[in-house]
Design a protein around this ligand. Structure first.
Ligand code: LLP
Length: 425
C-alpha cells in the first residue's frame, strides 16, 4: 500500500501527543525528541524483506537500537564503536552471528580485532579488506560491497557509487576479488550494493539489474543479497515516498531468478537508516533573539549547526514549525531566516546548497517561543559536535505515553573530559 503524503504544518503545540511546553519543562532546550510509534510504523512498512538491517549511523542511541532489536531488526556497524553500541543495546553476535554486520571500506586495527573477538560477518568495501580478513580469520565468509559504476543521492556528498565515490569494490574487479578470496581462504556468501542516501526509485531500481549480473559471476556460494539503504523520506510538502511494494517486487524478482539459477534459497536484506528514524525526530529549540538586517528578518535560536549539521553540510531542507510559549495560534506570517548562536555566518538552518541564505514563511513569533526543526531523527544528533564549546543536547524518547531521557545533556565536565594542561618546565 502506498504511504499517504505528508503535510507539514508550521504551527504545533504537541509532538506525538506530548505538549511541547511539558517536554521543554522536563528537558530544556535545545533537545532532540523521538517518537517511537513512528519508528515502529516504518519498521512495519518493510516487513516484506527477509531481513531489515538498520544502518545505525543514522541515529545510534542505544535505546533506539534496543527498541529496534525488540522489533526484530538487526544492525549494520561501520566502526568498532558502533559494534560496541549494538552489543550494549543487547545484540548478541555469539547467539546470532549475523545480528551485527561490519560494513566499511577499511579496517582500522580496533575494528579488525572486534570483528575477530565477536566473530562478526564483514561486508568488504575494498580488496584489501578481503586479504586482511583472510589473514586474521582464515575460513571467514564475507559479503562484497560492490560499486556498480553509478550512484545517486540527495546531494553529491551522499552519492556513494560511480568512479568519484570511495565506496565499494569496483564492479569490474569482482573476478579478481573472487580469486583473492580463494587465495586467502575467504568464502563470498553475500553481495551488497548501496548507491547513495536519499535517492529515488528510478536509481534504486537500476541496482537490482546490476547486482544480478555480479551475482551470476560470484555464483552458488551466495546465500544473501542486500539492497543497501538509501530509501528517501519527504522533507518538503509534495515530496513522496518510494512505492515500497514496487521496490520489493523488483528485488524479489531478482532474488527469485538468482535462486532458480543457483538452486538454493537466498535471503533478501534491506539496510535503511534514514527511512526508519528520520520522521521520528524533532529538534526543539527556543527563539532567543529576533532582529532585522536590511531586508532580512532573523529568528536566532539556542540550537546551531553543531546540533543539526545537515543544512550547512548539504543545504538540506528541514520542515520548521513554531510553538508559541503561551499556546496561542498566530494568524500572521513573515518571511524569515532561521539561524543559530554559533560564531560563524554559515550557522543558518534555512540555507540552500552552496550556502545561499533563504527565507521561510513562518508564523510571526516572539523571543521565548519554541521553534522545531522536524524530520531530524536521521543524521541529526549523531553528527552533533562541541564546536564553540557547546554541550551536546539531550535525547528524549516518547513512547507509550511516557517520556524517557535516553541521553543526558552534556555538562562542562563532559566538554573537557580527557583534556589536560601539561606542567610548565
Ligand atoms: N548502508 C550503507 C553502506 C551506507 O553507507 C548508508 C549511509 C546506509 C546504508 C544508510 O543510508 P540511508 O538509508 O540512511 O540513506 N549524513 C547524510 C547521509 C549519509 C549516509 C551515509 N551512508 C545525510 O544527512 O543525509
Amino acid at each position: 500500500m502506498p504511504i499517504a503524503a505528508q503535510t507539514f504544518e508550521t504551527q504545533r503545540s504537541e509532538i506525538a501527543g506530548f505538549k511541547i511546553a511539558d517536554i521543554v519543562k522536563n528537558y530544556g532546550t535545545p533537545a532532540y525528541v523521538y517518537d517511537m510509534a513512528k519508528i515502529e510504523e516504518r519498521v512495519r512498512d518493510l516487513s516484506a524483506f527477509d531481513v531489515v538491517r538498520y544502518a545505525q549511523k543514522a541515529c545510534s542511541n542505544i535505546a533506539i537500537l534496543d527498541r529496534l532489536r525488540r522489533l526484530g531488526v538487526v544492525v549494520d556497524a561501520v566502526s568498532a564503536g558502533e559494534v560496541k553500541r549494538a552489543i550494549a543495546a543487547g545484540f548478541n553476535p555469539k547467539a546470532d552471528p549475523h545480528c551485527i554486520v561490519f560494513t566499511a571500506d577499511v579496517f582500522d586495527h580496533e575494528a579488525l580485532s572486534v570483528v575477530k573477538e565477536y566473530g562478526l560477518h564483514v561486508n568488504c568495501g575494498s580488496p584489501d579488506m578481503i586479504q586482511q580478513l583472510g589473514k586474521a580469520i582464515p575460513g571467514s565468509s564475507v559479503t562484497l560491497r560492490i560499486n556498480p559504476g553509478f550512484g545517486h543521492g540527495h546531494s553529491q556528498k551522499t552519492n556513494t557509487g560511480g568512479p568519484q565515490s570511495k565506496h565499494g569494490i569496483w564492479h569490474e574487479d569482482v573476478v579478481e576479488c573472487l580469486r583473492m578470496a580463494d587465495l586467502h581462504n575467504v568464502i563470498v556468501t553475500g553481495l551488497h550494493m548501496h548507491i547513495g542516501s536519499g535517492t529515488d526509485l528510478e536509481h534504486l531500481s537500476q541496482v537490482c539489474e546490476s547486482l544480478e549480473k555480479i551475482a551470476l559471476q560470484v555464483g552458488r556460494t551466495l546465500t544473501t543479497i542486500s539492497a543497501g539503504g538509501g530509501l528517501p523520506v519527504p522533507y518538503r510538502q509534495g515530496q513522496t515516498y518510494v512505492d515500497l511494494d514496487q521496490y520489493y517486487s523488483l528485488w524479489d524478482a531478482t532474488r527469485k531468478r538468482l535462486e532458480a539459477s543457483f538452486g538454493h534459497p537466498l535471503s533478501l536484506e534491506i539496510e535503511p537508516g534514514r527511512y526508519l528514524v528520520a520522521e521520528s525526530g524533532f529538534l526543539i529549540a527556543e527563539i532567543r533573539a529576533i532582529k532585522k538586517m536590511g531586508e532580512n528578518m532573523f529568528y536566532l535560536l539556542d540550537a546551531g549547526f553543531n546540533d543539526l549539521a545537515r543544512p550547512i553540510l548539504y543545504g538540506a531542507y528541514h520542515p520548521i514549525s513554531i510553538a508559541h510559549r503561551d499556546g496561542r495560534i498566530s494568524k500572521q506570517t513573515a518571511d524569515v531566516v532561521v539561524g543559530g548562536p554559533l560564531c560563524e555566518s554559515g550557522d543558518i538552518f534555512t540555507q540552500e546548497e552552496g550556502g545561499f541564505v533563504a527565507k521561510r514563511e513562518l508564523p510571526v513569533a516572539s523571543v521565548g517561543d519554541y521553534l522545531i526543526l522536524e524530520v531530524a531523527g536521521a543524521y541529526g544528533f549523531v553528527m552533533a559536535s562541541n564546536y564553540n564549546g557547546r554541550y551536546r543536547v539531550p535525547e528524549v524518547l516518547l513512547e507509550n505515553g511516557s517520556m524517557h531521557c535516553i541521553r543526558a545533556r552534556e555538562t562542562f565536565d563532559d566538554l573537557i573530559r580527557g583534556e589536560t594542561i601539561p606542567p610548565v618546565h
